[in-house]
Structures are given as C-alpha cells and as structure tokens.
Design a protein around this ligand. Structure first.
Ligand code: ATP
Length: 238
C-alpha cells in the first residue's frame, strides 16, 4: 500500500488549470522526486498535498485515507510536513526557537522533544553551533537546513521538500542532498521537488516528470537518468 497517493488530481488557481489530472504514489521508505521546469506545477502539487490548495477533482490519500478535504493544520498533525520553497524560517527568532515552533504538536518539556532536538542537531551540526543565533542572520544554506530541521521536529511520516537546493552554492547543494539521503536511511519517506534534476534523481528511488501540469514520464530514478528525453530536457545532455 502507498503511504501517499494522488489519484487524478486537478488543481486550479481560479481559471488557471495548474494540475491536469496527475497520479503519483509514494511508498513507505522511498525518496520520490518530482522534476519539471519552471511553472510545471511542482509547488502546486506539494501545496495540494499539504492542504494549502484543494483539488477540484481527484483524491489525495494518506495511508488510503482521503485528506484532500482536511485543513492544512490537521494534515500536519497526520504526519505530513513540508519544508517550503524560499525557506520561510522566522528571521527574528533564534535557531532554537524556530525548532521549538516546529515541535508545537509536542510537549517541549518532554524527553521525546529533547531527543528530537538532539537528533536534528546531530544531522545538522551547524545548527547546534548556532542555537542562539537569529534565523535571519544564518547563511542561505543554514536557513535551508533550519527549514528542514523544523519540518522534522513535527515528527512526520513523510517529508515534502520544495527545491531544497535553490540558491545554494554547489558544495552546499551536495551537503543538503547527502542529508536528505541520511534522513531517508533513518526511515523517513521523502517527496523531493527539484529543478536540479540530476542530483535529485541520483538520490531518489523513483521519479516523475511533470510538464505543464501533467505527468509525462515515471520510472525508477536510474532509468530516468538514462532516458533520452530527460537527458535532453532536464539534464542538459544531448
Ligand atoms: P517553479 O519551479 O518555477 O517554482 P513550479 O513547477 O513549482 O515552478 P508552480 O508554482 O506549481 O510551478 O506553478 C504552476 C502553474 O500555476 C504556473 O503556470 C503558475 O503561473 C501558476 N500559478 C502558481 N501559483 C499561482 C497563483 N497563486 N495564482 C495563479 N496562478 C498560479
């Protein structure tokens, strides 16, 4: 059974038909990547899953249970966490305060909370060094780490990542992808939206290619890397 499934999902912004009947499934323990160019509908897909947008047609199922009519804050409680594009951390709050907000579903005096905190600080040692620094003064890469760490503090069953590599220097992109792989190796299911197709496909198990609101290709990540259409359109290879 899929942990998360989209069945024939249509999402609109007013009259704009952004998702034209997409079907995607993500199994427990997988990294699945959704690749596509600007405006293909990648962020719209994530917003539809996390409940920020409601599909006009089709279904979003978490463990076979429909969630597309459930408010976004309830969907977070059900174990779907999103680290949004553009990071959106709280700039005036410290690293620790940002992480506490991520843990708002849990008692911050509990041992479990301390364990969660310790776990994310171990994943991101940079954040441990900077716990009392204001979020807004972190570098771009560190803010991205904080956004992922904050999403993990909600103890999700699935982590939705919207372009985690955006705006980062190559060495940091590498680090972020390694961390995503590590989080997955610890058992987390990940849906990774990326324009950086080669790196995303290198760490993913499977992938979907989205073009103008439609899935045009789906396969094992290795096969997609070797697909001529993907190579030409998304990997810059001929
Ligand atoms: P990018 O990589 O540039 O972020 P994307 O694949 O995430 O692109 P989306 O942001 O999902 O693309 O946009 C899909 C389509 O929906 C685009 O044509 C976009 O112009 C349109 N769209 C997105 N947000 C809105 C909005 N708030 N109102 C109207 N149209 C929107």
């Amino acid at each position: 059974m899929a942990l998360l499934e989209l069945r024939n999902v249509h999402t609109y912004y007013g009259k704009i038909h952004a998702l034209k009947g997409i079907s995607i499934m993500i199994n427990q323990g997988e990294i699945v990547t959704l690749i596509g160019s600007n405006g293909a509908g990648k962020s719209t897909t994530l917003r539809t899953i996390s409940g920020l947008l409601t599909p006009r047609q089709g279904e979003v199922l978490l463990n076979d249970k429909p969630i597309h009519n459930i408010p976004a804050h309830e969907i977070v409680k059900m174990g779907v966490a999103q680290s949004p594009e553009g990071r959106k951390i709280f700039p005036r709050l410290t690293v620790l305060e940002n992480l506490e907000l991520g843990a708002y579903l849990h008692d911050t005096r509990s041992d479990a909370y301390q364990n969660d905190l310790d776990r994310v600080m171990t994943l991101f040692p940079r954040l441990r060094e900077r716990v009392n620094q204001k979020g807004g003064t972190l570098s771009g890469g560190e803010q991205q780490m904080l956004a992922i760490a904050r999403a993990l503090m909600t103890r999700p069953r699935i982590l939705l990542l919207d372009e985690p590599s955006m705006g980062l220097a190559p060495v940091l992109v590498e680090q972020i992808f390694e961390i995503v792989q590590e989080i997955n190796a610890q058992g987390m299911t990940v849906l990774l939206v990326e324009q950086n197709a080669l790196q995303a496909l290198s760490i993913a198990h499977r992938g979907y290619v989205l073009q103008s609101g439609e899935i045009v290709l789906e396969n094992q990540a290795k096969a997609l890397i070797e697909d001529p259409m993907v190579q030409k359109a998304y990997l810059g290879l001929e």
